[in-house]
Design a protein around this ligand. Structure first.
Ligand code: MLT
Length: 265
């Protein structure tokens, strides 16, 4: 693990292999991709990192935009001298990935979108974000997490594999509230990347948990159909947090995609 420019960056595998950069969702940290990183590290150079303001990356003044988060990703790619990495983002990490490839898709070898969407926040979502910030200020981050995180899991995960939720929750409540609010503002003010979907030329895989309530399979399928030559998989027994709820299925889907579409020889 390295701390560079105040960002936690975790690399594993051989630098000579094709690179994949994992970007976590909100309000999580790089560890949500731990399973995929460990599974893929023998054949791919895997990098995950804590987004500005979350996990152990620093928050600064907490005034974030999606553009700043994208610039952080481009800086990471430059500093690590990555050549056309595959980018794999979940939810907020997916918003960031979509905006990054909209800016310069030729920097990337492929795209994996997990439980995410291209649409920006509508007014109802903006009011919800504003209430979230108010709740963090008045009642604290723990209550905010308790109100929002359960909805991101499938009922079966909450009932039968509660430890998965507990681990995520334990880390989420330790985030810096300033960084969490900064990320809320960045998401609230993000732009619409939908018009760009039909211009995507790089190999793309779209992954969605079958019980995802926030970005359900029907919505993600609609998005995937706009991306030429892209592929779609539905993850059984999983909600919005598919890589942690059903890691084996996600690992194999990602591996299969990478071997067929990225490491072709
Ligand atoms: C996430 O998992 O990153 C969040 O659900 C994204 C959001 O709040 O829009």
């Amino acid at each position: 693990m390295k701390l560079k420019n105040n960002f936690i960056i975790v690399e594993s595998g051989n630098k000579k292999n094709s690179a994949i950069v994992f970007i976590h969702g909100f309000p999580y940290d790089y560890l949500m991709w731990n399973n995929q990183q460990n599974y893929l590290k023998n054949e791919f150079f895997c990098i995950s990192y804590d987004i500005r303001g979350l996990g152990k990356s620093t928050s600064g003044d907490g005034q974030f935009t999606m553009e700043m988060l994208v610039d952080d990703l481009f800086t990471l790619i430059k500093d690590k001298e990555l050549i056309k990495p595959v980018i794999c983002g979940l939810s907020m990490g997916g918003y960031l990935s979509l905006r990054a490839i909209e800016k310069d898709q030729h920097k990337f070898g492929g795209l994996i979108l997990c439980d995410t969407k291209s649409f920006p926040d509508d007014d109802a979502a903006k009011f919800k974000r504003a209430n979230g910030i108010k709740q963090i200020n008045e009642e604290g981050l723990t209550l905010f997490c308790e109100n929002t995180i359960p909805n991101t899991f499938a009922e079966s995960t909450l009932k039968e594999r509660r430890w998965i939720y507990d681990q995520i929750m334990e880390r989420a409540v330790k985030n810096d509230p300033v960084g969490v609010k900064g990320c809320i503002i960045a998401m609230l003010s993000r732009t619409d990347t939908t018009p760009f979907l039909e211009k995507i030329e790089i190999p793309t895989l779209v992954i969605c948990g079958e019980h995802d309530k926030l970005t359900p399979p029907s919505l993600m399928k609609e998005m995937q159909e706009k991306i030429k030559g892209s592929e779609f998989v539905v993850v059984p027994n999983a909600g919005h947090m598919s890589p942690v709820e059903n890691p084996d299925f996600v690992n194999k889907s990602v591996e299969d995609f990478l071997k067929r579409r990225i490491n072709k020889s």
